[in-house]
Design a binder for this molecule. Structure first.
Ligand SMILES: *Cc1c(COP(=O)(O)O)cnc(C)c1O
Length: 439
């Protein structure tokens, strides 16, 4: 019960001892899902690298204004340099620009508004946005926030691998053009939240180029797999995007509150976000460095670049590459074990680090059996999985992205899945044994 723990107490007139307050924080944090645990295999984990929290502490104590460059040129240069490094990772041209946002959702809003400036001269009335049923909800949310209506949205069918059907997209665009609408935005996913699948980005880029659409890639989950050979190969074509959304607080493991937007043409990003020159800020103009306030929603903001800069410089890029390679290896190994179990139906081989499965069978009770399996595995308290629906069926998702997850924990997860899904008790370590990642 939270009632008796001091969590809801109003602030006292005179302060209380820190130890007492920390105990309250501790009690409050003990409720719910412990996202900082390596056992978190649900949703898309955001694991909270401690070194990024150290960066937060430093940034908070420094408390410098980084919305414009003049008051903190050194810090803005650091943030710009790490953003340039990310843009280079996706082979974007020199005129591209990135900004750190509070998350993927706000980055998506900025991307859509920039596309509207570029393709619709700011008007929302006739613009059509193409998504799939697998597209993250933040795209629809951004569209509604930006003043589009539901009838500005088209849900393009997916193929059996849950990827946007390019032929269906082409016909939807022609149909909309015949109706006098203006198709302008196609949202590709590079790692869907549901299953980690990747749309055929290169083909979508082709359609976007011939039909004058803005190609947006939502890589909030998958983005930093670009550091790995397999990721680069699977997200091939992402370098053609007009905008890319990334979440360093997912696949770069840093503390929550760290999204990123890359835009191929920085001038469009500026046109969409720069307000008229405010006289009260006139003393702060005139740097060669970017004024982030002109390229993003925030004016006053945390120095969030340090949250990415410090871990990357401290641990080195290879630490992140190795960690992401390991996630891909573990997902492949989980798939190999689960697909061999007759009592389970596994959706398809993982494209990234998410394995989606359910109890086998097509009878009316299969969703229920899947829900029972999920509840039983989670009830052990060692790992936490989540569910979704694909093709109308209840599915269990195992998303391997936490920086604290390792082969031993994944082995525990697999053993629990086998234990609770098998009619007969199966000795763990025979079929359920996971090999050490081969590298
Ligand atoms: C998490 C996620 C988002 C939303 O990002 P937030 O940082 O949670 O706002 C968008 N797209 C995908 C694919 C995601 O996994």
């Amino acid at each position: 019960m939270l009632r008796s723990t001091g969590v809801r107490r109003p602030p006292p007139e005179h302060g209380r001892p820190l130890g007492e307050l920390l105990a309250t924080v501790d009690r409050a944090a003990s409720k719910g899902i412990n996202v900082a645990s390596g056992g978190l295999l649900a949703y898309v984990p955001s694991s909270g690298l401690v070194t990024s929290a150290v960066a937060d502490l430093i940034a908070g104590v420094l408390s410098r204004f980084t919305g414009q460059a003049v008051p903190a040129p050194g810090l803005v240069a650091m943030e710009s340099s790490v953003l340039r490094w990310i843009a280079d990772l996706f082979y974007l041209p020199p005129e591209a620009m990135g900004v750190f946002t509070t998350g993927g959702s706000t980055a998506t809003l900025s991307a859509l508004i920039t596309a509207r400036v570029a393709k619709l001269r700011g008007s929302s009335v006739s613009g059509i946005i193409y998504v799939t049923e697998q597209t993250h909800g933040c795209v629809v949310k951004a569209a509604l926030l930006a003043g589009f209506r539901r009838d500005n949205l088209r849900v393009v069918p997916v193929d059996e691998h849950l990827r946007m059907d390019v032929t269906a997209l082409r016909s939807a665009i022609s149909a909309d053009q015949r109706r006098g609408m203006r198709p302008f935005f196609v949202a590709a996913s590079a790692g869907t939240t549901n299953a980690g699948t990747i749309d055929p980005i290169r083909d979508l880029a082709d359609v976007a180029a011939t039909q004058d659409l803005w190609l947006h890639v939502d890589a909030a989950y998958g983005g930093f797999f670009q550091l790995t050979g397999r990721g680069r190969e699977r997200m091939s074509g992402i370098e053609l995007a007009d905008s890319i959304v990334l979440d360093p607080h997912k696949s770069l493991f840093v503390a929550m509150g760290t999204g990123c937007l890359l835009v191929r043409d920085s001038e469009l990003l500026r046109q969409a976000h720069a307000a008229d020159a405010a006289p009260y800020l006139q003393d702060l103009r005139g740097s060669d460095l970017p004024d982030f306030a002109d390229y993003s929603i925030d004016l006053t903001r945390d120095f969030r670049g340090l949250r990415v800069w410090l871990p990357l410089h401290l641990h080195g890029v290879s630490a992140f590459r190795v960690a992401l390679e390991e996630k891909l290896d573990l997902a492949e190994q989980v798939y190999a074990v689960l697909v061999a179990q007759p009592q389970l139906a596994v959706h398809s081989p993982p494209v990234l680090s998410t394995v989606v499965f359910r109890m086998a069978g097509d009878d009316a009770a299969v969703d229920e059996r899947t829900a029972v399996l999920l509840a039983a595995v989670n009830a052990e308290g060692r790992v936490h999985l989540s569910s979704t629906r694909i093709d109308g069926r209840m599915m269990i998702r195992m998303c391997i992205l936490h920086h604290r997850v390792d082969a031993a924990r994944i082995e525990e997860a697999v053993a629990a899945i086998l234990r609770h899904s098998s009619p007969a008790v199966r000795p763990v370590g025979v079929s359920g044994r996971l090999q050490a990642p081969a590298r």
